[in-house]
Design a protein around this ligand. Sequence first.
Ligand SMILES: *[C@@H]1O[C@H](CO)[C@@H](O)[C@H](O)[C@H]1NC(C)=O
Ligand SMILES: *[C@@H]1O[C@H](CO)[C@@H](O)[C@H](O)[C@H]1NC(C)=O
Ligand SMILES: *[C@@H]1O[C@H](CO)[C@@H](O)[C@H](O)[C@H]1NC(C)=O
Ligand SMILES: *[C@@H]1O[C@H](CO)[C@@H](O)[C@H](O)[C@H]1NC(C)=O
Ligand SMILES: *[C@@H]1O[C@H](CO)[C@@H](O)[C@H](O)[C@H]1NC(C)=O
Ligand SMILES: *[C@@H]1O[C@H](CO)[C@@H](O)[C@H](O)[C@H]1NC(C)=O
Ligand SMILES: *[C@@H]1O[C@H](CO)[C@@H](O)[C@H](O)[C@H]1NC(C)=O
Ligand SMILES: *[C@@H]1O[C@H](CO)[C@@H](O)[C@H](O)[C@H]1NC(C)=O
Length: 573
Amino acid sequence: MLFNTALFTSLLALSPAPAAAISRITRTGKYLYNDGGERFYIKGVAYQPQGEVGPSSEANDANGGFPEPSSYIDPLSSATNCTRDLPYLQQLGANAIRVYSVNPDNDHSECMRTFSDAGIYVLLDVSLPLNGSINRASPAWTTSLLNEYIRTIDAFSQYDNLLAFNIGNEVINLPVNTDAGPFVKAAARDTKAYLKAKNINALVGYSSVDGEPAFRDPLANYLTCGDETVSLDLFGLNNYEWCGNSTFANSGWESIVDDFSNLPVAAYMSEYGCITSPPRLWQEVGSLYSAPTTNVFSGGIAFSYFPTSDGYGMVTFEGTDGQTVETSDDFDRLAARLSNVTATPNTPAQSSVTVTQGECPTAENSTFQASNTLPDTPDQTVCNCLYENSFSCVVERATAGRPAIMGALIDYTCSLLGSTNSTATCATIGGNGTTGQYGELSYCSDEIKLSYIFSAYYESQNRRSDACDFAGNATAVPRPPNTPEDASTNAAQCLAQAPQGGVFTVTSGGSTQTATSSGSMGTATSTGAGQPTSSGSAGNTGGGSNGAISLNPLHLGGSVALVGAIAFGVFMV
Ligand SMILES: *[C@@H]1O[C@H](CO)[C@@H](O)[C@H](O)[C@H]1NC(C)=O
Ligand SMILES: *[C@@H]1O[C@H](CO)[C@@H](O)[C@H](O)[C@H]1NC(C)=O
Ligand SMILES: *[C@@H]1O[C@H](CO)[C@@H](O)[C@H](O)[C@H]1NC(C)=O
Ligand SMILES: *[C@@H]1O[C@H](CO)[C@@H](O)[C@H](O)[C@H]1NC(C)=O
Ligand SMILES: *[C@@H]1O[C@H](CO)[C@@H](O)[C@H](O)[C@H]1NC(C)=O
Ligand SMILES: *[C@@H]1O[C@H](CO)[C@@H](O)[C@H](O)[C@H]1NC(C)=O
Ligand SMILES: *[C@@H]1O[C@H](CO)[C@@H](O)[C@H](O)[C@H]1NC(C)=O
Ligand SMILES: *[C@@H]1O[C@H](CO)[C@@H](O)[C@H](O)[C@H]1NC(C)=O
């Protein structure tokens, strides 16, 4: 920022100093820069209260009891809390927070201003717990997710300290669901196109689970290869490898820095702070903000300001109103480390590695099986058209909000449909990220998909009344078309509306499907499956243990829904 010094001084004399506007952060190649052309490093802390996690959560039920949050608190919606927390974020020397779940309908202006005035940027995850994320078990990039992302982007795009929108957290996971890759990349593509069309200056990021190099490295390459329209701006690694008293070499960080040295875009540790060898010494902070780590990484986010059920938290809230903050020793040690990070001496201002963003490898990596053929941009007009013109049997609204049941019903109905005379198949609603083949309706919400196959089944049964019931989950719709032939014709006409090429720029949130006479539609849901296997430390090569993290903190924001009941694979194109 350049100031007119005289004006600035006279303003100072008149009134309390107006906060200098926070610098715009941009990315050039591998690094982030402020307005003054200096490299920018994320010095951050995770700022997300833990949502409801526990046996009562439906998110856990179909998932072997693995804890996943089924609710969330929007931490940017309480000005009181943000004001309460600001001095502690400042004690940490933080210039950024990572927030995992927000409700776009809330007012965030006071929190955002409080943090902006203090020079604190926000990295914001736009996915939500439960059905608000790309589903690991049955990945799809859908109209409902795109609309959800756009709603959040619209709610935050006016803030000058919004640094990045994170389009997913640990969606692509261990053991191996690398077939989710194309859906994540399509989310990045469509989000980038939206930001560009709206002239919004925010980076697009993704936070990856750590893992063995054979998984971690091709994943990073996959999401950052290709031209600017599809590659991420910011690759986040959730890393818990530096445990206890360790070193750059022994912790595994050295090999990460080596392995990521050719990434064409900016990288950061989107979570760090192993707890398996307490106390946390935060020695990694020194390494994170000096060369050679700074050749590759632009800082990181320590996990976590707020308490978690498994010991990552660094403050507690006392007093009847919960407004008194107590810091832990972990907090104090981290604050000492971070405030010791100075003007980043010895860090390269320009990358010595000039990596041009370019072609993705043509052949799929044998361990990372994700196609470079991405699914189409979700087209709300096609899904709306089906909804309005061609369903004779639709899913009940109450069911649509329950991803576990949706998964089971899609699976079941697909198996029924296979043995009927229907020409509709589940290939139309499925997609395969390994082969890069996607059904024409794979981008519709699960509600549309299920209604599509409910209707196909119902008609194959000549609209026998009990063929549209599914144990009370389905309702027949008494509206045109009145014959099965019409239904198919109408569906075909809707499908014919799909744009050629399939990739386009969405410039506003698609109009939500609204309930009509059927009274049943209007919500969208996706099913998903959490993966209990993905502990943050899976890739440990040295120093630390493998981190028996009982609640993977990475799931706080919920890249994940639950369930696992769906086996689209059987029906795939
Ligand atoms: C897969 O990717 C990794 C890391 O990028 C690389 O070392 C390995 O050679 C690749 N394997 C194949 C079969 O291309
Ligand atoms: C860490 O380990 C080194 C080498 O074993 C030792 O010299 C040092 O005192 C230890 N530091 C702490 C804080 O435990
Ligand atoms: C604000 O803080 C109080 C006390 O810790 C907590 O109960 C409440 O959930 C917080 N609200 C938000 C929106 O973060
Ligand atoms: C602070 O930085 C100095 C020099 O960079 C280093 O010697 C010292 O160990 C650091 N202290 C802490 C607490 O990290
Ligand atoms: C998730 O389900 C809720 C409740 O049914 C619905 O309002 C919301 O639109 C769904 N979100 C997505 C992204 O499908
Ligand atoms: C399928 O079978 C039903 C019931 O026999 C019949 O009414 C319907 O016309 C058939 N549909 C097709 C596409 O052949
Ligand atoms: C809906 O389907 C689920 C799963 O098959 C079943 O448990 C439930 O009883 C059905 N009916 C309703 C009204 O949820
Ligand atoms: C995708 O296709 C591949 C290759 O045909 C197959 O092995 C895999 O099971 C399919 N995956 C899904 C999720 O259907």
